[in-house]
Structures are given as C-alpha cells and as structure tokens.
Ligand binder design. Structure first.
Ligand SMILES: NC(=O)c1ccc[n+]([C@@H]2O[C@H](COP(=O)([O-])OP(=O)(O)OC[C@H]3O[C@@H](n4cnc5c(N)ncnc54)[C@H](OP(=O)(O)O)[C@@H]3O)[C@@H](O)[C@H]2O)c1
Length: 249
C-alpha cells in the first residue's frame, strides 16, 4: 500500500490536536486517509484546525473538552460521529512551571491529572474499540522523562510515568493485537513557545543540539504516522527519541 494511504478507512483521536505537535500529527494522519477527531479545551482553536483540514478535503471532527474530566465523553463522541476508533494519540499535556519548593500538592496533582491520569482514562475508554480493530495507542512523552532542566518536576514525573504506563500497557494488550508506543521529543518549535519565550530562544538552543537544528512538529508527525500504521505491526512497548541527538550526549 502506498505510504499516503496508510490510514484509509481508519479513525484517529488526537488529544491536543488543535495546536503544535498534535495539529501536525492530525494533519499527517488525515492526509494519509484517516478521519481525525481532535480535542482540547479551546473550541475556537479546534474549530479553526478542523475547518483547515476540511478545506483540504480531509475528514476532521472538533471535540471540545478537558481530558482530565471528559475522557470517556470525548471517546464516545468520536465513535458516535466517526463510527470506529483505530488510533489514540495521547498528546495533550500541561506543566506547572515551578520548582519543587514552590509546587503545592493541588498543582502537582493537576499536572498528573492531565498528563497521566487522563492518558489512563482515555485508554480505558478506547480499549474496546482498539481491540475490535487491532488498533494502537501512541503517547507523546518528552526527553524531560530522562534528562534536561527546562521543564518542571511535576511535568518530568508525569512523562516518566507515561513511559512506564505505555510499556506495561503494551504487555497487557498484546494478546489482542493492540500496540502501545511512545515518541519522546526533544525541543520542537511550536507556537506555545513563541508566546512564552524570548524571540531568540530557539536560536540560543541550537548549539546544544548535536544536529544543530530545532525540531519541527512535522518531524514528530512523520514518525507518529509510521508508528501508528500497520508498517509498525511488530513494534510495541517501544520508545522513539526524536531530539536531534540531544539526549545521546
Ligand atoms: N514542543 C516541544 O518542544 C515538546 C518537547 C517535548 C515534548 N512535547 C510534548 O508534545 C506534546 C504537545 O506539545 P506542544 O509543544 O505541541 O504544545 P501545545 O501546542 O501547547 O499543545 C498542547 C495541547 O494540549 C491541549 N491541552 C492541554 N491541556 C488539556 C486538557 N486538560 N484537556 C484537553 N486538551 C488539553 C492544548 O489545547 P487547549 O489549551 O485548548 O486545551 C493544546 O492543544 C505534549 O505532550 C508535550 O509535553 C513537546
């Protein structure tokens, strides 16, 4: 089958699919034939992204909701509207932006609720549909799970937990032909950084990256499409680091 038809007839739910890496994954899967459901809290952002995909002739559904509280509703809405569910991409995440001595238990729990508990709830709600079609789950982690100092302790902990969850989930569901994998990005240029960091931020980071470039959302999306496709049918419980060599140092 041609690479650009790998998701024909399939349905993918991408959390945080309205922006950044999630939006790039949604575009890639939709371009390869998937009907995509994208979720996030900001309805206007999602509607705009869904309209952009539809204008290119792709099938896209925007579902507004908070994954920390609405996981089952988001999954049900996907299946009710699109008829099945083959691929779940656990991409949405948040961070606290605080060092350990500033962090309170409620803030810690909120980060874990979005980045880890919601991944579990989404998988629980999705699993019957994935089992029905031998589908798969892709979790977007971060090199913060194993290295680095940019992100906070709650975020780093949640990503390490997500990687453990994926590995063990892979073993639990392998008997059903369902796969679970992780992509672990390094620094990727998304609009969230543009809003929060000084204009020369990315340029200042280039010397620290062995390949001397900043990753783009498409670098993650291309690998995501491979891991979620049948071409990766023998890959489960795996972690693919995509960071220009940063964590190899
Ligand atoms: N960019 C990088 O350098 C980098 C590096 C390593 C890992 N990552 C990982 O890549 C993933 C995507 O990040 P990004 O860089 O593309 O940033 P982003 O554009 O800020 O993406 C985060 C997305 O998650 C959604 N989201 C956040 N909280 C949510 C909630 N409670 N319920 C539903 N949706 C929620 C946001 O939409 P709403 O705000 O509308 O809810 C947004 O669309 C994350 O898992 C991040 O940890 C990114």
């Amino acid at each position: 089958m041609a690479a650009n038809q790998r998701f024909m007839g399939k349905v993918a739910l991408i959390t945080g699919g309205g922006t950044g890496i999630g939006a790039a994954i949604a575009t890639q899967l939709a371009a390869e034939g998937a009907a995509v459901a994208i979720c996030g809290r900001r309805s206007d952002v999602l509607q705009q992204k869904a309209a952009e995909l539809q204008a290119q002739g792709y099938s896209a559904l925007a579902i507004a909701g908070d994954i920390a509280t609405d996981a089952a509703k988001i999954v049900n809405s996907t299946v009710q509207n699109l008829g099945r569910l083959d691929v779940l991409v656990n991409n949405a995440a948040t961070s606290a932006g605080m060092e350990v001595d500033e962090l309170s238990l409620p803030v810690w729990r909120q980060v874990l609720a979005v980045n880890l508990d919601a991944a579990f709830e989404l998988v629980r709600a999705t699993l019957p549909y994935l089992i029905a079609c031998r589908g798969n789950v892709l979790h977007i982690s971060s090199i913060s799970a194993i290295a680095g100092e940019f992100d906070d302790v709650a975020y780093a902990t949640s990503k390490a937990g997500l990687e453990g969850f994926s590995r063990r989930l892979a073993l639990d569901v392998a008997i059903h032909g369902v796969r679970s994998n992780v992509i672990r990005p390094g620094l990727i240029h998304t609009e969230a950084f543009d809003a929060n960091m000084p204009p020369d931020f990315f340029e200042s980071q280039v010397p620290f990256i062995p390949l001397r470039q900043i990753g783009q959302p498409e670098d993650i999306a291309h690998a995501a499409a491979f891991l979620c496709s049948d071409e990766a049918r023998f890959i489960t419980g795996a972690i693919l680091t995509i960071d220009g060599g940063e964590s190899a140092k």
